[in-house]
Design a protein around this ligand. Structure first.
Ligand code: F0G
Length: 482
């Protein structure tokens, strides 16, 4: 629970852990930052980590481990079959979720592949609050279609709605009736809804989705990759959860959803992934794909030390001191930026802070990639690497025209337990400088545009010389400082 400071003006989120292993960072001079982003084709995925001061591209696989996680890795039992490590992971999953049936997968998208292979047939629909890139790719690859049934309030960039990830339950019912239950592969609830800004789903809404699925005999699936943030928000924003402990929330969900899967790169502060179910009829249906795609049933493509770390990390996902750190730091960053007038997605969610680039650079058209341009500017300003979540991350239509993103966002992820508050404050300060100098920012155009997943590999260049002008302004404002 938040610690109260004596003087209200001193109130900041307080870490309930200390740092005992550190990694040296460098902050390049602004001229070298310009060179690095231009050499990376203005694509933050192509930057080298050695050139980055704050890596805010993702919260996946980059969360800090605890002392107990590091210690647990020493006792990993490296056996192909029947590993004690896997038994310990199963015991941790039982402790958190209360279920016995566990399948391993090498990461979240591998679990999605297994789910899709098991349930999706050509012409079938999967219904979800919102898609995630890898989830959708596996479903459409198999001839299935994704229908998004997010309550439309979730797409309003700035609001005070505490659960913007909620399903529109009326539409869920209507779509099930319209498409008929036998055509629906499963209904998937994504906790901590990633692509709309890490926004949570309420416990009430999740349980209502389960009830509807049950009524129509459709499998209910929870993507729990971002569940620890979501549980934190349930505890602080949903009255019925206030007096529930975190374990009872995880266990209630596991008793009501047919299947839960997650990326242990997020939930578990480690690497890897799992699929779990309270009734073994579900895991039995999926089991055969594990040795086929992943590895034997007791490691599933994961390295045993990561499984040990994930087991301990899952236990830590019960601890409010740990799971509050991410959301509280994100809330701090969002509040600082909001106070400065910078347009950000509100309310603050989990995962990271999302800058609304359509409002920061309204004159840059979608096909000059405003969010990627702001991403390059933020890197030039502070050596801070974010992730474009806008038109650049979309795929062109089959006829070659652009598909414009609904929201042009730059995601600044806050990996858990990694940054100090002074670094978060530095980030807010440099983003404020970008905001004050937004008029200097111009568009980008492709120099190499791959046909698939262009946001990963594609290269762009500035239109004109706005980046050099931005550097000149930086030097004027910051002098010799990095
Ligand atoms: N589901 C959600 C909600 C995710 O955010 C991710 C990954 C996955 C599934 C896939 O898991 O990476 O272990 O294969 N999100 C990462 C991100 C990539 O940066 O947001 P994975």
């Amino acid at each position: 629970m938040p610690v109260k400071f004596y003087l209200p003006e001193n109130q900041v989120p307080l870490e309930m852990h200390k740092v005992r292993v550190v990694q040296k960072l460098t902050l390049l001079p602004v001229g070298e930052r310009l060179k690095a982003i231009q050499e990376a084709g203005n694509n933050t995925f192509l930057l080298q980590n050695r050139d980055i001061y704050m890596d805010m591209i993702t919260d996946s696989g980059v969360n800090a481990m605890s002392d107990l996680q590091v210690a647990s890795m020493q006792i990993a039992d490296d056996s192909y079959a029947g590993s004690e490590t896997f038994n310990r992971a199963k015991a941790a999953i039982k402790e958190v979720f209360g279920v016995d049936n566990v399948l391993p997968a090498h990461q979240g998208r591998a679990a999605e592949n297994i789910l899709a292979e098991t349930f999706v047939k050509p012409g079938m629909f999967t219904l979800m609050n919102f898609h995630f890139t890898t989830t959708k790719a596996h479903i459409t690859r198999l001839g299935g279609e994704v229908l998004e049934l997010l309550d439309k309030k979730g797409l309003i960039p700035q609001s005070d709605d505490p659960f913007k990830g909620n399903f529109d339950l009326k539409r869920l019912r209507a779509v099930i009736k319209e498409k008929t239950p036998d055509k629906i592969a499963f209904v998937r609830v994504e906790s901590g809804t990633n692509l709309i800004g890490g926004q949570p789903v309420s416990l009430e809404n999740m349980l209502a989705v389960c009830d509807i699925c049950h009524e129509f005999g459709i499998p209910s699936v929870l993507d729990a990759s971002l569940l620890q943030d979501n549980v934190y928000f349930m505890k602080v924003r949903e009255p019925r959860c206030k007096y529930m402990d975190t374990r009872s929330i995880y266990q209630l969900l596991a008793s009501r959803f047919d299947i839960i899967y997650f990326s242990a790169r997020k939930l578990g502060f480690s690497r890897g992934g799992f699929i779990i179910a309270s009734d073994r009829k579900w895991t039995d249906r999926m089991m055969e794909f594990v040795p086929l795609y992943e590895g034997f049933l007791t490691y599933g493509g994961m390295e045993v030390r990561s499984i040990e770390a994930a087991a301990q990390g899952l236990l830590e996902s019960l601890d409010m001191d740990y799971i509050s750190q991410g959301p509280e730091f994100i809330a701090y960053l969002v509040k600082e930026l909001d106070d400065y007038g910078v347009p950000v997605i509100k309310p603050a969610g989990g995962l990271g802070c999302h800058l609304n680039c359509s409002e920061i650079v309204p004159d840059i058209p979608h096909d000059q990639y405003p969010a990627a341009a702001v991403g390059a500017a933020v890197f030039i300003a502070g050596g801070i690497r974010g992730m474009e979540r806008g038109t650049m991350s979309e795929q062109r239509e089959p006829d070659g025209t652009e598909r414009f993103a609904e929201l042009e966002l730059l995601r600044l992820a806050v990996p858990r337990r990694v940054f100090t508050l002074s670094q978060i404050k530095y980030c807010a300060d440099r983003v404020k400088w970008v905001w004050d100098n937004r008029k200097l920012i111009g568009g980008l155009r492709w120099t190499q545009e791959p046909k698939v997943l262009r946001f990963f590999f594609g290269r762009m260049e500035e239109i004109g010389y706005w980046q050099e002008e931005l550097v000149a302004k930086f030097r004027k404002d910051f002098g010799d400082s990095l």
